[in-house]
Write a protein that binds this ligand. Structure first.
Ligand code: NAD
Ligand code: IPM
Ligand code: MN
Length: 353
């Protein structure tokens, strides 16, 4: 049997409610494929911040550096400013572990209605989000606090190697899919970084002559994702554009509660991190009603990354078949099932295979 050590960071709110289902599914599928998972759980969270003044210990990253992967629930809770909690935990992991790809697949699944009448199972695309630079940067500052002309300046950072590697990832992904890339841009309004991004997209297009590509302005693009989501296969975007696109696309596919994310370090010199797209959902936390599918699907992406795509596919099949053959649903999908009820059905499906 193959053993993996997984670092678990439940974080805040429903993060702690959706990770146990993901681990239970991993254990069940692992058993069938000769995979054993050992979990080390870390209590890094806003609760820890309140008690100790930091989201994680000073050597936090060293404690998880040698794990095979990280599974994270969600970070952020009222009372701690979001930029403090996120820049104290989630964002440093992405950046220091060079997880420069944030891969976010979107599928309209059988049995999960899209709010869009036109969206059917032919909606199947991925958002490839740049995950360590772009609009998310520490460069800038607040000036003149308290003065009438007070201001804040926030610099975006787009480096040639940083943009080239995310574009290479997107074009390579397209080669394995239907061979089409759409680049999200805003070069009509943002006059330094976005024209540079567009130039590098054109260069990438030249490097991958077998892939077709076009660019669309992010404002028009989001409208098209709503009006005709089946047109898309791979959408590549900067950190901020990819963030916004992925929640929009998750809603198009039925619920933010389903959407998964893989923060990938393609060079594999540090662990990659898997987490649902959604946040800590303070409005429903503690009630046992969160949809566990975003976390479970993220765990399936972890199996793919660890080199077990057949096990990953089995996770997808097992929850897809619960959705297709029963009407048991969590609240976000219009049902009354709790997190555990739904998870148990998925586990029964795996046991019965
Ligand atoms: P959110 O994703 O937490 O919630 C948005 C809405 O979706 C809420 O109504 C919530 O109830 C619902 N929802 C989310 N996940 C669900 C699930 N699994 N099942 C059912 N319903 C679900 O976004 P928000 O309200 O903008 O953010 C809340 C906190 O989470 C903030 O502190 C934010 O910074 C943080 N956040 C963290 C991450 C992350 O850790 N990756 C991602 C997004 C937001
Ligand atoms: C996500 C989240 C984070 C992001 C926030 C919480 C910093 O929205 O993972 O999509 O913007 O990356
Ligand atoms: Mn987001």
């Amino acid at each position: 049997t193959t053993r993996y050590r997984i670092a678990l960071i439940p974080g805040d709110g429903i993060g702690a409610e959706v990770l146990p289902p993901a681990c239970a599914v991993l254990d069940a599928v692992g058993k069938r494929h000769g995979l054993t998972f050992t979990y080390d759980s870390f209590d890094w969270s806003c609760e820890r911040y309140a008690a100790e003044g930091a989201m994680m210990p000073a050597d936090g990253l060293d404690r998880i550096r040698h794990h095979d992967a990280v599974l994270l629930g969600a970070v952020g809770w009222p009372g701690v400013p979001d930029h403090v909690s996120l820049w104290g935990l989630l964002i440093p992991i992405r950046r220091q572990f060079r997880q420069y790809v944030n891969l976010r697949p979107i599928k309209v699944l059988e049995g999960v209605p899209s709010p869009l009448a036109k969206a059917t199972s032919d909606v199947d695309f991925v958002v490839v989000r740049e995950n360590v630079e772009g609009e998310y940067s520490e460069i800038g500052g607040r000036l003149g606090r308290g003065f009438p002309d007070e201001m804040a300046i926030q610099q975006s950072v787009f480096t040639r190697p940083g943009v080239e590697r995310i574009l290479d990832y997107a074009f390579t992904t397209a080669q394995r899919r239907s061979g089409d890339v759409v680049s999200a841009t805003k070069s009509n309004g943002i006059i330094h970084t976005m024209p540079f991004w567009d130039e590098l997209v054109k260069e990438a297009g030249d490097r991958f002559p077998d892939v077709t590509w076009r660019q669309e302005h992010i404002d028009a693009l989001v409208a098209k994702v709503v009006l005709d989501p089946s047109r898309f296969d791979v959408i590549v975007g900067s950190n901020l554009f990819g963030d916004i696109l992925s929640d929009l696309a998750a809603a198009v596919a039925g619920s933010i509660g389903i959407a998964p994310a893989a923060n990938l370090n393609p060079e594999r010199d540090h662990p990659s991190m898997f987490e649902p797209v959604h946040g800590s959902a303070p409005d429903i936390a503690g009630q046992g009603v969160a949809n566990p599918l975003g976390a479970i699907w993220s765990a399936s992406m972890m199996l793919d990354h660890l080199g077990h795509p057949e096990a990953g596919a089995e996770v997808l099949d097992s929850f897809a078949s619960v959705l297709a053959t029963t009407d048991v649903r969590t609240r976000d999908l219009g049902g009354t099932a709790g997190t555990k009820d739904f998870t148990n059905l998925v586990l029964e499906g795996i046991a019965g295979r």
